[in-house]
Design a protein around this ligand. Sequence first.
Ligand SMILES: *[C@@H]1O[C@H](CO)[C@@H](O)[C@H](O)[C@H]1NC(C)=O
Ligand SMILES: *[C@@H]1O[C@H](CO)[C@@H](O)[C@H](O)[C@H]1NC(C)=O
Ligand SMILES: *[C@@H]1O[C@H](CO)[C@@H](O)[C@H](O)[C@H]1NC(C)=O
Length: 393
Amino acid sequence: MARDYTARCLAVSPMGSCWLVAGMILLAAQGIMAQKVRVEEELEAYPTESIDLRCQFIDGGGRTKLTQVSWIWEPIDGQRDNIAVFHPIYGQSFPNLSFKDRVVFLHNSLENPSIRISNLKMADAGRYTCEYATYPSGNEQGTTTLVMLAKPKNSAKVLTVRAGSKSVVVAQCEAADGKPAATITWLASVEGNHSTSMTNGPDGTVTVRSEYRLDPTPADNGREVTCKVNQRTQDRPWMYPVTLSVEYPPSVSIEGYDDNWYIGRSDAVLTCLANANPPPTTVTWTMASGSLPDTVMVDGNKLMVRKVDNAVNATFICEVKNKHGASRQQVTAIVIVGPCVSADAVKISDAVKISILLLQSEERARFQDVGVPHMVWPAMSPDLNPIEHIWDQ
Ligand SMILES: *[C@@H]1O[C@H](CO)[C@@H](O)[C@H](O)[C@H]1NC(C)=O
Ligand SMILES: *[C@@H]1O[C@H](CO)[C@@H](O)[C@H](O)[C@H]1NC(C)=O
Ligand SMILES: *[C@@H]1O[C@H](CO)[C@@H](O)[C@H](O)[C@H]1NC(C)=O
C-alpha cells in the first residue's frame, strides 16, 4: 500500500511536500533508514517529453566523503552503461553517445546530481541508478525506474457477414502501439465470443487486437456491439459502438388473399413481402400453370386482378432474389361464384332467410365446407337470386 502511494505521488508531484512525505513513508515502510542516496522509485513519461531524475545524498553524520557520482542506465533488456558522470574537479562527462546531447546536470553539485533527459524515446525505458563513490563506506546507490508510456491508437470496425450456422468474426477492435498494453472488452446484447491477441512493437509498445465472433442470424443485423479499450494513459475507457451488418437471402410471404375471390370482383390484390439484406434485386410474379392472364397487372411487389374470372382460379408464385439467393412463396386462389358475406354484416332478416336456406340445402352445406369458418354463402349463381328463388317456392 505504502509503496503504491509513494510511486503515484512521486510520479505526479514536483519537488515539494509530497516528495518529503513520500520519502518518509518509503523509508518507514521499507525499514531502510540507512539509505543514503535518495531517488524516486518510479516515473512515467511519454516520448518527446523531458524528465528530471532527482538524486540527493543524505549524510546524517556528515563524515562521508563523496568522490564522484554517476548515472547508470540499464535498459529493460540490455547492458548497464554510464550516461552521466560528475566529478568535482574533472567536471561533467556524458559517455554514452545515445544520451550525450539529451542529458544535463541540473545543479553543478556533487550533493545534488539530478539530471534532465530531454526528447525521450520509448527505448529510454529502464532503470536509472544514481551511484556515488564514497569514502569510507564505498559505493552508495539509488535506482529510479522510468516507465515510458504511449497512448494507444484505437479503432473499431464492423465486418459484413452472411447469416449462417457457424461462428464468424463480425467486428474488430484494435488498440495499436500502446504502452502498457491496453485491455479490450466488448459490451454486447448479442450472444457472442471474443478473442484477443497481442503483438509487440520494436520499441516496447504493444498492439492489442480483439475480434468479436457470433453465429449471425438475420435478427442480428443492425444490432450494436461496443468495443471498450482501457489503458493506463487514458483518463476514461475508449468506447466505440459498431452496428452489425448481417446479410441473408430473402424470406418471402404473400399477403392479401382473403378467400373471397368471387367472379366479377375488381379489387383483388396480392402483395409479396420479402425480408432480405441487401434488399431484393427482383420480385417476380408467375402462375404455376403458365403465364399471367391479361386480367392481371403486376406493379412491383403487387399483383392486381382487374376482374376476377376463372383465369385467376390458380396458384400464384412470388419469387424474390438478392445476391445471396432466391426464395419463393405461393398462394392458391379459389374463385367462387358469388361474394362471400360475413355473417356479422348480414341484416337480421337476411340471416334468417340464409339459415333456412342453408338448412334446406345439403348441396350448399357441402359447398360451405370449402370456405372459411364464420362465412356463409348466400348465392350459388350470379344469374339468379337463390334467396328470392327459394322464398318463391
Ligand atoms: C548506450 O548504452 C546502451 C546500454 O548499455 C548501449 O546498448 C548502447 O550501445 C550505448 N550507446 C552508445 C552510442 O554508446
Ligand atoms: C464461444 O467460445 C466457446 C469456446 O471456444 C465455444 O464453445 C462457443 O461455441 C463459442 N460461442 C460462440 C457464440 O461463438
Ligand atoms: C377453381 O379451381 C378449383 C380446383 O382447384 C375447383 O374446385 C373450382 O371449382 C374452381 N372454381 C371455378 C369457379 O371454376
